[in-house]
Design a protein around this ligand. Structure first.
Ligand SMILES: Cc1cc2nc3c(=O)[nH]c(=O)nc-3n(C[C@H](O)[C@H](O)[C@H](O)COP(=O)(O)OP(=O)(O)OC[C@H]3O[C@@H](n4cnc5c(N)ncnc54)[C@H](O)[C@@H]3O)c2cc1C
Length: 471
């Protein structure tokens, strides 16, 4: 990551509004990291590349008391406060220039009640860590498609993953949470205790306080039938894949990534760079039945590679490259259907991209997620059919305008009647798209809750919901 030589920034780091780093070190058991510390560059690096922010201080809190102390530090100094769990925010909201980063990554305790099938998980755990630990007992809670994503951000936005059709969103398994508010108060939330706030954190993101731990329901998920299936991408295979995925029983959750084939050793060289469907399939249930349900997907075309097999659930999260930090231009949306002509649009836009990689991710929704009433949680897209993410990955920041224009046009070409957005995949998309994440009465209700618990908008480095009082 490039070192910023801007003297103003350095000055601010040397004397950030009354922050004394030695004093902070004496106040916290957890690590206090500022510029010059050997961990500083690693601690300010986030998943996405092209984000090079220099916070005044990063505090790796150890417990709820320390969370409250960081919050009061932000209030007293007036410095911007970023909250970080797994660091995968698309907009890089978990790091801030000249401000304070409250880093939860050292809070990773996990207490599993095997009999009761519940778990208390601290907010610094990743989806992969939780999933591996729960699988040791044949249990699982559904998170997303990537193991390194933090359970903090993912859960607070909703959580759409490989168990979404069988068990719903991650928030549909959220039983309770502990949160530290802008006033520094530690509150317990569940359906009966502070129900307004419990409703708001199930989709409303980090707007309402810092969640220190979540209590999740666990399901019996042992081996699943799943993995990657590589098919040639044509308008027919894309449209038929999505038709099958939507018609499949709830036990199957499917994601189709339409993209140029990467030069992976298990993909024949003649496909490298050609458009393929890289599908991720997870059937949660009887393995033989899974094989039967997945058969028609395999029959859509001769598979380029077929890695679908019985597996332990955590195998769905393969090891990741820690130093992979792509720069991305992306848009997220919902659409109602993918017919032949929509599939043709997808192909022609992907072929036209000049990014080093262009991808369209299609997720069939429905199932258990759709059976929860729309107003039961702040995530209100229960009736949406297909989630679409389009992205161009690129190397040189100066190409930004080209790829942003491409995703904007592409998303416009795909637009149908569902104008919603999933908050967890929003980048710097602007206020209208935040509003689209909270349709109908959800927006007003969230603004009321925000006014009650964070009237000064202390928690504003997020997809921000301004308090109803107007601050
Ligand atoms: C590679 C990749 C794959 C993804 N796949 C999926 C997927 O399959 N399904 C899905 O639903 N989403 C997915 N996402 C989106 C992901 O859910 C969001 O980016 C999410 O915000 C990341 O959470 P995090 O804790 O890793 O990120 P962070 O950047 O640490 O947090 C994001 C924001 O959440 C808030 N926050 C985080 N923790 C807390 C907390 N404890 N208390 C209060 N606020 C908090 C803060 O506002 C913070 O800025 C993916 C993202 C990436 C980059």
């Amino acid at each position: 990551m490039a070192n910023k030589t801007n003297s103003q920034a350095l000055q601010q780091e040397a004397n950030p509004t009354a922050l004394s780093i030695p004093q902070l070190r004496s106040m916290f058991k957890g690590q206090v990291i500022s510029s010059g510390h050997s961990d500083y560059d690693q601690a300010r690096t986030v998943f996405y590349g092209g984000i090079d922010r220099r916070p005044a201080v990063i505090i790796r809190v150890r417990n709820a008391d320390e969370v409250a102390r960081v919050i009061s530090l932000a209030r007293e100094t007036g410095l911007p406060l970023a909250v970080r769990s797994g660091g995968h925010s698309v907009a890089g909201h978990c790091v801030t220039d000249g401000g304070i980063v409250l880093d939860l990554s050292d809070m990773r305790d996990l207490q599993i009640d095997i009999e009761g099938q519940t778990a208390w998980a601290e907010a610094g755990l990743t989806a992969g860590e939780y999933t591996t630990a729960a699988a040791a007992h044949g249990l699982a809670t559904g998170f997303g498609d990537t193991g390194s994503v933090g359970i903090g951000g993912l859960t607070l936005g909703g959580g759409v993953g490989y168990l979404v059709r069988k068990y719903g969103l991650t928030i549909d398994d959220l039983l309770a949470a502990d949160i530290v508010t802008a006033e520094g108060q530690l509150l317990h939330l569940d359906a009966n205790t502070n129900p307004d706030l419990f409703w708001a954190i199930r989709g409303g993101g980090g707007n309402f306080g810092v969640v220190t731990r979540f209590q999740f329901r666990l399901h019996k998920v042992d081996s699943v039938f799943g993995g990657m299936l590589f098919l040639p991408a044509t308008a027919d295979t894309i449209a038929s894949f999505m038709e099958l995925a939507e018609a499949a029983p709830d036990e199957l959750s499917a994601i189709a990534n339409v993209m140029p084939a990467p030069p992976m050793p298990f993909l024949p060289a003649e496909y490298h760079g050609k458009l393929i469907i890289m599908a991720m399939l997870v059937y949660t249930g009887d393995v033989g039945e899974g094989e039967r349900i997945i058969k028609p997907f395999r029959a859509l075309a001769t598979p380029i590679a077929d890695m679908v097999k019985p597996m332990q659930y955590p195998e769905i999260y393969p090891p990741e490259q820690g130093d992979y930090h792509p720069i991305a231009a992306s848009r997220t949306m919902f659409i109602d259907r993918i017919d032949h002509s929509v599939a043709e649009t997808i192909i022609s836009y992907l072929q036209a991209s000049t990014g080093m990689m262009a991808v369209t991710q299609l997720r069939a929704l429905g199932g258990a997620m759709a059976r929860v009433p729309v107003d039961a949680t702040a995530f209100a897209h229960r009736k949406s059919h297909i989630m679409v993410n389009v992205a161009a990955l690129y190397e040189r920041p100066e190409e930004k305008a080209i790829h942003e224009a491409w995703v904007t046009d592409f998303a416009k070409a795909l637009e149908q009647d569902d104008h919603g957005a999933y908050v967890n995949f929003l980048g710097e998309d602007g206020e209208a798209r935040i509003r689209a994440a909270y349709p109908g009465g959800t927006w007003d209700r969230l603004r009321e809750v925000k006014a009650r618990y964070d009237p000064d908008n202390l928690f504003r480095l997020n997809q921000n919901i301004p308090p109803a009082n107007g601050k």
